[in-house]
Design a protein around this ligand. Structure first.
Ligand code: C2G
Length: 449
């Protein structure tokens, strides 16, 4: 008797799962299906599971393909199961190609072609339905978004748009998206939500078009260059009952919210200074190096520095001074935005062509919080005091590249319209747009336009 084994979460059970199990069963005589526990899914970085394990098991059982159902709850279990049950074939969908080759030492490994277009056949009911996402802009971040979205249950990237048809087609080919359309309106017709990752100056227009056609929008920073436009877009989303979110990844990481809460809890006394730095040396020939109008240090990375400042001190600062060091064509290779609050000073530093230590320091009257570089990808932080031997170390790890937490938040918000914005509020996002607007005005003066 040929024994086959496969594993999965089988959340929001759909045709892709059904077909996988059907073909897995056809590979042999006896099929064992491992259904993951929520704990195991959290450990492996899979977020947003909707169905409880009993429902997921019941859905697998209902197909009639499984001869035996087991529960998967820890790393390394696959090797144990294969040996314990005398398994001949391990199989899983092609989205995992290569990842389970190590099991070849124990049995045959078969990757079955993933079912591409499941969106049309999904049972669209209530809270649990799958959110079809379209990516606008197929540049450098799009692949990372695509890969991390696969860890967010209920999120499915189904289409990608780029006016540069070659780039869009190439993205479609690599990631085997089910639909390809060249026309933007048609593209919008295929999705429930869009992720805007196009060049900075095109963000606002795509956001507006997305909202106009009733789509939820997650937009890369900076979403707009003016306060008024940011306000207009948030108002539009609100009036249409849609979710609009600015994608500043750091805001959604588990450690970041813990840092903010710890600082606000009074542990370090009254906060008197916040200093956040984000810097990198650009890739030669990249947009950041030559796009002196809509790129440069502040437009690319200024939002990161402003994030902890606004979260900790609010958006009602007394004044802000912005100063830059310029490179060729007047592009800023380094910019500092210095905020003055009542009883507190704060600085957001951004370097794109200047490299510094990417740390976040929150200074208080009784101690300080140090988040080591890169603070925007924090998985730990320290609370320190006058006595250098007294250090409280906190850990809050994240899985993968961190992107999935932002995607997870977006999906959660769409699923639960009553959910409260607190990780990055519309007010904080608008306040960032206001500073960006001031920066852009100064830039225009300097560049003589
Ligand atoms: N699948 C598919 N087509 C889809 C979606 C999923 O063929 N459109 C397959 C997956 O490749 C997997 C199975 O259905 O083989 C279950 O998918 P998930 O529930 O998403 O589980 P997954 O996270 O892939 O877990 O230990 C767990 C395993 O590693 C797989």
């Amino acid at each position: 008797m040929k024994k086959v084994i496969t594993y999965g979460s089988f959340d929001l059970f759909h045709e892709g799962h059904y077909k996988l199990l059907q073909r897995a069963k056809a590979l042999g005589d006896y099929l064992i299906v491992g259904v993951t526990t929520e704990h195991f899914d959290t450990m492996r970085g899979k977020l947003n599971l909707v169905d409880p394990i009993m429902t997921r098991i019941e859905n697998v059982r209902a197909t009639g393909f499984a001869d035996e159902i087991i529960v998967e709850d820890h790393d390394g279990q696959k090797i144990e199961d294969i040996q314990k049950y005398g398994v001949d074939i391990f199989t899983v969908g092609s989205d995992w190609t290569g990842k389970f080759d190590y099991l070849n030492a124990y049995c045959k490994v078969v990757y079955l072609e993933r079912t591409p277009d499941i969106s049309s056949t999904i049972i669209r009911e209530g809270r649990g339905s799958l959110i079809r996402i379209g990516i606008v802009g197929t540049g450098r971040v799009a692949p990372r978004f695509f890969e991390e979205s696969s860890y967010v249950s209920g999120a499915e990237v189904v289409a990608a748009y780029n006016p540069d048809v070659d780039s869009a087609m190439e993205f479609n080919r690599i990631y085997q998206l089910p639909t390809y359309v060249e026309n933007f309106d048609e593209f919008l017709g295929k999705v429930d939500a869009i992720y805007v990752a196009s060049p900075n100056e095109t963000h606002a227009d795509y956001v507006r078009k997305g909202l106009e056609s009733g789509k939820h929008v997650l937009c890369e920073k900076p979403m707009t260059f003016t306060f008024a436009e940011s306000q207009e877009l948030y108002n539009m989303a609100k009036s249409k009952g849609l979710k609009l979110m600015e994608g500043i990844r750091a805001a959604y990481l588990p450690a970041f919210q813990q840092i903010i809460a710890t600082a606000k809890s009074g542990t370090i006394g009254r906060i008197c200074n916040v200093e956040a730095c984000f810097s990198r040396l650009p890739v030669v020939g990249s947009r950041e190096q030559y796009d002196y109008k809509y790129s440069g240090a502040f437009l690319e990375y200024g939002s990161y520095g402003m994030l902890p400042i606004f979260k900790l001190l609010g958006v009602d600062y007394q004044s802000v001074e912005i100063e830059s060091i310029l490179g060729e064509n007047g592009i800023d290779i380094y910019t500092e935005a210095r905020f003055k609050y009542d009883g507190c000073l704060a600085t957001a530093k951004a370097g794109d062509g200047v490299k510094s230590e990417g740390q976040l320091i929150i200074a208080g009257t009784e101690g300080y919080i140090l988040v080591q570089s890169p603070w925007w990808l924090a998985d730990s932080f320290e609370v320190r005091y006058e006595d250098p031997s007294r250090i409280e170390r906190h850990k809050a790890e994240f899985q993968g590249g961190g992107f999935r937490y932002e995607i997870s938040e977006f999906i959660n918000k769409i699923r639960d319209p009553e959910s409260v914005d607190y990780k990055l509020t519309a007010g904080e996002s608008r306040a960032m747009a206001k500073v960006v607007e001031k920066f852009m005005e100064q830039r225009k003066q300097i560049q003589g336009e």
